[in-house]
Design a protein around this ligand. Structure first.
Ligand SMILES: C[S@@+](CC[C@H](N)C(=O)[O-])C[C@H]1O[C@@H](n2cnc3c(N)ncnc32)[C@H](O)[C@@H]1O
Length: 476
């Protein structure tokens, strides 16, 4: 189809560095073009495309330049307000490579520009083949291979690490392939490489390097190195190596979260708490399910404790947390599209750490259940617990983590409205109603250190009774 030439406002167009293949504008060339324009010379139209995120771009422009940066600069210098342009739709074509191909028409890219363009294109899309990049920038496939050798190795390692992690957590191959957008065949090729991948790490561990040294040296996340180092060890030996003392009684108090496991996350629970649930209520290689996984503490701890783990959360972070499969528990839906729905493998243990009612509601995404009304929050839990039964087997245990919710923040204890509160006994009512039988209540208090002295003094003055209680309820 023939391209249509349209007149576009100069102010609607930007030169976007992200897709400009040259280091700089050649100002001498622009001045020649300015002279040409003044002499009445007619230039070919420039090529532009719609900005992917006009609102996010600095100048809020509608279009960005694919070809014609020098002509556009000359138009600007002569004070013209409109420029003839062709608006391109590139679909699958990489805009940087498209721009590079057009740029080398009038003047080859310099060696630095070629190298830089190849690297930027590969960073944007690691699926691009060297030959495709080479064709666009006017270099051979071999030349491109050398430009991007380090990036390709890092990207392959990153992919291998993701596969290693998901496979280690027992996520079935069809879900790994879907999550990483890989054909099954490619995934199988990668999986055969897995034993070799870990070899150099085992060798360094055997030489006595620490876990964090090995993790840093090889670019692996620490929990995965723990999973190698503790392989075949007993649970007790794992606790010892991790320097977590086993709590013998039903009071699991941990001063703070172990930073080695899980991300900074609103409502993050300590890995030690997860490890205790795993220790007392599951066996090695058992399957744990974390339906609201947040910062991934549960999956990380399962790696260290030798359990499989499937995680879900509405917050999708495919690059940093590929093991957390995206899923939104929508109160209005039937949840029959759940990724794990048709699996024959049922969880041995469900670790359920939902956002508490109302608390931190502003820190989670808008659709989080923490933003629901009290009535809907409880309605959600009832539906959720029933559903968890449906995806469980007879021996599945549920570990439900929650605390009393009382509107204590601005209210003296004696004046709190009990009808507004949700106490741990209320959760138990719902659990009982949905067929879950309680076997243990363990106290796992939150740290009160998050309240500073000023806040504490004000609370005491107003007779406010705060909440640091937190419980793990174990049910069957
Ligand atoms: C308390 S956080 C979990 C924290 C996690 N255990 C950790 O230590 O990192 C609760 C999580 O539930 C997720 N969530 C809330 N409402 C959800 C919904 N309707 N569907 C899916 N995830 C939801 C939030 O995104 C949040 O990450």
């Amino acid at each position: 189809m023939k391209d249509t030439i349209v007149e576009i406002q100069m102010s609607d167009i930007v030169l976007d560095d992200n897709i400009y293949p040259r280091e700089n504008i050649d100002h001498k060339r622009v001045l020649v073009f300015v002279e040409n324009l003044r002499d009445g010379f007619k230039f070919d139209p420039i090529q532009i495309q719609l900005c992917p995120n006009p609102d996010l771009s600095e100048k809020k422009a509608l279009y960005r330049i694919l070809d014609g940066a020098h002509r556009w600069s000359a138009y600007k210098k002569t004070g013209r307000t409109v420029i003839p342009a062709i608006v391109k739709t590139l679909n699958e074509i990489d805009p940087l490579l498209y721009a590079a191909k057009l740029a080398i028409g009038p003047k080859q890219l310099t060696e630095t520009e070629t190298r830089h363009t190849a690297r930027r294109a590969f960073k944007n899309n690691s699926q691009l083949r060297s030959s495709e990049i080479g064709k666009a920038i006017g270099r051979s496939r071999q030349a491109v291979d050398t430009y991007i050798a380090d990036l390709r190795a890092a990207s392959l390692l990153a992919l291998d690490l993701k596969i290693f992690c998901l496979n280690r957590l027992g996520i079935p191959q069809d879900r790994i392939a879907k999550r990483l957008s890989l054909p099954r065949r490619t995934l199988l090729d990668h999986l055969t490489k897995m034993p070799g991948l870990a070899k150099p790490l085992y060798s360094d561990l055997a030489k006595g390097f620490t876990i964090s040294q090995v993790a840093k040296k090889h670019g692996w996340p620490e929990p995965m190195v723990w999973s190698l180092a503790l392989n075949e060890k007993s649970d007790q030996a794992r606790f010892k190596s991790l320097q977590w003392g086993i709590r013998t009684w039903d009071l699991w108090n941990f001063m703070e979260c172990d930073k080695r496991f899980g991300d900074e996350w609103p409502g993050r629970i300590p890995a030690q708490l997860v490890a205790h649930i795993l220790y007392f209520f599951s066996e090695q290689n058992d399957l744990a399910l974390d339906p609201m996984a947040g910062g991934g503490v549960c999956a990380d701890t399962c790696l260290a404790m030798g359990r499989r783990c499937w995680s879900l959360d509405m917050d999708d972070r495919p690059d940093t947390r590929p093991e957390i499969e995206p899923y939104h528990w929508d109160l209005e839906s039937k949840w029959d599209d759940l990724p794990i729905m048709n699996s024959k493998d049922k969880p041995d243990l469900i670790i359920c750490d939902p956002p508490y009612f109302d608390k931190k509601a502003r820190e989670y995404s808008e659709q989080s259940i923490s933003g629901l009304s009290r009535k809907d929050y409880l309605k959600f839990l009832e539906k959720f617990f029933l559903f968890l039964k449906k995806i469980s087997k007879k021996k599945t245990r549920l570990a439900f983590i929650n605390s009393d919710w009382r509107d204590f923040q601005n209210c003296p204890a004696g004046k709190e409205d009990p009808h507004q509160a949700i106490l741990i006994v209320d959760y138990h009512e719902i659990l009982k109603k949905t067929g879950w039988q309680l076997s243990h209540i363990i106290q796992a208090p939150m740290s009160s250190e998050r309240f500073n002295a000023g806040v504490v003094a004000a609370m005491q003055k107003k007779k406010i009774l705060g909440v640091v209680s937190r419980y793990v309820m174990i049910l069957k």
